[in-house]
Design a protein around this ligand. Structure first.
Ligand code: LLP
Length: 420
């Protein structure tokens, strides 16, 4: 069920204090410490339901890409709404299943599935393996034969379409490692006919992430529709057509793509196909539903530049240095005083340890709290222990209160697996 605060997500209350679903971020920082990731359950749910509704004209399933944020509390909230999942490792698969997402609603992507991961997926009975090579299909067949099962397989095709996004997160160009060249797809399906323990039930593509322009997504759907028609004509018992994820949320100066616009763009070319449509959004469900709350440790000027040094680092949120991603940064208290232009940086011993460069900010003092917005996707999920730092706590705001859903790591957590 949707919890229902007046507005879901991060907004200022009447006094000007930044809140998550009405809960002051300052009180969360006090209760959970900093740095802390804060997620709005209501916004995660609302985003999922918007996709579900936008696709309601056709048989469909929204398979949330768990790689964006695999916190179990987030997965459980989505499971309760009937979401499916797109997973990319045995760990994500287990997290999805243990959170209550039925295996029959899970697709397993990835170019490098191990034998063990394949066996695990076959044993569970997944909606589909999104297979990325002919050899992988053979391996799935072998594993299924050994377990006395038949596995459902979709071929991930590489349509050679430019998503016009950051090169590091483009996946559907022919020089990328992903999928099987779309021109070799028919042959690959035909080749799979001789395998008796796989059923080729689907077709999939995913061309990249943080895509603001619906055109390349629509073009991908068109290519998939064409191939699906050819496969149906050849007698393949296709059941699903999966258009992947990649829907952008308007960060980094790029355009946001609403679930409704997205659905219009991809559904048009798929009209009339007797298939269940799968989508794999990650960022668009959790991105705007999360913020990284951090405390200012120092103000400092060097070489005529102003620096705001905070207690979060690139180990907590890697996206600005890795992709040049621009995350809005807000003061948690009402913004006051003379504005300032500064770099917001962390404590890590690298010049790339920054959250913003030459950013116009409100006046900031030592001890102030800042919220780095749009951090719910690929934030904690990509965090590390670099500089031997404890990873941040994670908090879920729900039912007008908050809960620490992952405690802050301790030194003991970091050394637990090392030999004495
Ligand atoms: N499906 C597949 C097969 C994927 O590889 C991905 C993301 C998704 C779905 C979900 O994409 P989304 O809807 O979240 O864009 N770390 C990068 C993003 C990498 C995305 C990798 N694959 C970032 O922080 O921007």
């Amino acid at each position: 069920m949707l919890s229902s605060p007046a507005v879901a997500g991060f907004f200022r209350d009447d006094a000007g204090n930044l809140t998550c679903d009405g809960v002051p971020l300052a009180s969360i920082a006090e209760g959970a410490g900093t740095p802390v990731y804060v997620y709005s359950r209501a916004l995660v749910e609302e985003n999922y339901l918007r996709f579900d509704r936008a696709l309601s004209a056709v048989p469909h399933l929204v398979c949330y890409a768990t790689k964006a944020n695999s916190n179990l509390a987030v997965l459980r909230a989505l499971a309760a709404l009937g979401a499916g999942a797109d997973v990319v490792s045995g760990g994500e698969l287990r997290a999805a299943v243990e959170s209550g997402i039925p295996p029959g609603r899970i697709v397993f992507s990835g170019v490098g599935k191990t034998d063990e991961e394949i066996r695990f997926g076959v044993g569970l009975g997944l909606l589909a393996f999104n297979a990325e090579s002919r050899r992988e299909i053979e391996k799935i067949d072998e594993a299924a034969a050994a377990l006395g099962k038949t596995a459902r397989v979709a071929l991930r095709v590489n349509p050679d379409i430019d998503p016009r996004s950051h090169p590091y997160i483009s996946t559907g160009l022919k020089h990328n490692k992903f999928g099987i060249d779309i021109h070799e797809a028919l042959d690959s399906y035909e080749g799979a006919r001789r395998l008796s323990h796989v059923r080729m039930t689907g077709i999939q593509a995913h061309i990249g992430s943080q895509i603001g322009d619906p055109a390349p997504l629509a073009e991908t759907a068109r290519e998939l529709a064409l191939l699906a028609s050819q496969l149906l004509e050849r007698g393949f018992a296709l059941e699903t057509l999966d258009v992947g994820g990649g829907i952008g949320i308007g960060e980094s100066g790029s355009a946001a793509l609403s679930p409704e616009e997205y659905a219009r763009a991809v559904l048009a070319p798929l009209h009339g196909l007797p298939l269940t449509i799968l989508v794999e959004p990650g960022r668009a469900i959790v991105g705007a539903a999360g913020a990284l709350v951090t405390r200012v440790l120092y103000r400092k000027a060097n070489g005529g530049k102003e620096f705001v040094i905070v207690d979060a680092g690139m180990n907590d949120l890697l996206r600005p240095p890795l992709y040049g991603a621009i995350h809005p940064i807000e003061s948690v208290a009402p913004p006051t005083g003379r504005p300032l232009v500064a770099d917001v940086v962390g404590p890590i011993c690298e010049t790339s340890d920054f959250f913003a460069r030459d950013r116009a900010l409100p006046e900031i003092q030592e001890g102030d709290l800042l919220a780095i917005l749009d951090s719910g996707a690929y934030g904690f999920a990509m965090s590390s222990n670099y500089n031997f730092r404890n990873r941040a706590a994670e908090v879920l705001v729900q039912s007008n209160g908050f809960e620490i859903v992952r405690r802050r790591e301790t030194f003991e957590d970091l050394v637990r697996l090392e030999r004495e």
